[in-house]
Design a protein around this ligand. Structure first.
Ligand code: ADP
Ligand code: ASP
Ligand code: MG
Length: 440
């Protein structure tokens, strides 16, 4: 049995935690291939190394004191090596990184050094070979992962090795220039290595005991989800449950490799298994989990006989295409239609121009735009099995005194998405949680 283990930022935050991670790995000989993140926060208002690196890059670009900015990163790593008690020349490696950052002048390269250095130190601690993701993880020119080449290269690099440490979060394009995934992307790196290694299990080690039924920063001590399907994971992580990057299922799903979320700080806790739907056993729970994201804009259009106007939607979509704007949801009625868009895509005056173009393209009777909308996703295979789920959901939200701005139910009946005003976000999540997890 082969296990690939990814350790997140909090698990790598200081020397004691590096040792804790090494102990977890040593405890199970099946834990063969290790993917690490950059050191994260040690305490509440500490900085993640990746954020320090983005800060240093900004200083460099603005012609400020880069050396001073990089010293914060240097101190984290020298501290870690000292605490572990490793006789490893981290200073030379840091000097080299500092020089390379100045010559490469690429934000992605700079950001990637946190994972690079963490993996070098972890490899040293474990006495295992280090694999540079720059040599094995490949991106296409359009920024998408080149899965075929990547799986081949990673597989070749792992061949014949009993153990190895791979740096998370980055790879390179076909010219060898370093490119990172989006934030939290070491989860994707772990999934890539799991797939390439032909792993039986992808263990994702973090700072919570599994995937929880909702964000623990909103509801205190939410229930753990013992198991969820790949589809449920995709819905929940895409909609803001960022315990796992929403793209991390793609590499493992093709090979049916289960993911297990585990807590580095409570390694004996059970965690959560994420499984292909065929292996998934219905828990009896109507709702599996709740997730949400803030900062959406709703463009609401009304027009009599919209349903009979051929090409109405097409013309609106042409405007979105013109501005390169994607939309998240498009709930519609007979004479109404709304587009829910991530507000950051409409910054810099795009919203006003786009709305003017939509007006011209389809001449709506009425057009309203709502900003600061929060979307809440209520997800679970159990929802289609239980009659009356939406009634329960909406009466719980109404009882909390919240006005629902938008509803969208996926055709798979796997999720219901509710849009509310941003200020009602926490209140809504708590009300839905209470309804489906405390009163069921
Ligand atoms: P890592 O650095 O290990 O990758 P992350 O910070 O990316 O860890 O993810 C873990 C965090 O995700 C938790 O500490 C928690 O605050 C947050 N989180 C948000 N939603 C959930 C959820 N539904 N279940 C568990 N954790 C969640
Ligand atoms: N270190 C990167 C970040 O902070 C990647 C990761 O932690 O997964 O986003
Ligand atoms: Mg993460």
């Amino acid at each position: 049995m082969i296990k690939v283990c990814k350790f997140g930022g909090t698990s790598m935050s200081d020397g004691t935690n590096f040792r804790r991670v090494a102990e977890i790995i040593d405890r199970d000989p099946e834990r063969r291939f290790i993917v690490v993140s950059a050191p994260g926060k040690r305490f509440g208002n500490d900085s993640k190394v990746t954020d320090l690196l983005y800060g240093a890059q900004e200083t460099l670009e603005k012609g400020g004191d880069f050396h001073a900015a990089f010293t914060k990163v240097r101190d984290r790593f020298t501290g870690i090596v000292r605490e572990i008690g490793l006789s490893f020349d981290i200073d030379s490696l840091l000097d080299e990184c500092e020089r390379e950052i100045q010559s490469e002048r690429s934000g992605d390269f700079t950001a990637s050094r946190g994972e690079y250095l963490a993996a070098r130190v972890m490899a040293e601690l474990l006495g295992a070979p280090f694999i540079d993701a720059r040599d094995v993880v490949r991106f296409h020119a359009d920024g998408k992962l080149n899965g075929k080449e990547t799986f081949f290269l990673v597989k070749e690099a792992l061949k014949g090795k009993r153990r190895a440490v791979v740096a998370g979060f980055y790879g390179a394009d076909s010219d060898g220039k370093v490119k990172t995934f989006s934030r939290g992307g070491s989860d994707v790196s772990g999934a890539i290595v799991a797939r390439a290694a032909g792993a039986d299990l992808y263990e994702n080690w973090t700072d919570v005991s599994g995937f929880l039924a909702c964000d623990p920063r909103i509801v205190e001590n939410p229930a753990r989800i013992p198991a969820l399907s790949y589809q449920e994971l995709r819905e929940l992580s895409y909609m803001g449950a960022n315990v796992l990057h929403s793209e991390s299922i793609f590499p493992v799903r093709e090979a049916n490799i289960p993911i297990r979320i585990k807590n580095t700080f409570r390694p004996d806790d059970e965690g959560t298994d994420i499984l292909p739907v065929e292996k998934y056993r219905f828990s009896g729970q109507t709702v599996t989990g709740i997730a949400g994201k803030r900062h959406f804009t709703v463009i609401h259009l009304e027009k009599s006989l919209m349903n009979a106007e051929i090409g109405f939607t097409y013309r609106v979509l042409q405007v979105l295409l013109k501005y390169g704007v994607s939309f998240e949801h498009m709930p519609s009625g007979i004479d109404t239609m709304s587009f829910i868009i991530d507000s950051s895509l409409l910054d810099g005056g795009i919203k006003e121009k786009l709305c003017a173009d939509v007006k011209e393209a389809v001449s709506p009777d009425n057009m309203r735009v709502f900003d600061d909308i929060a979307l809440i996703a209520v997800v679970g295979h159990g929802m289609s099995r239980n009659v009356g789920t939406s009634a329960r959901l909406f009466s719980a939200i109404a009882s909390a005194g919240v006005n629902v701005r938008m509803i969208d139910q996926g055709s798979s009946e796997l999720n219901i998405i509710v849009g509310v005003d941003g200020e009602d976000y926490g209140r809504t999540v708590r009300a839905v949680y209470r309804e489906f997890f405390e009163e069921e």
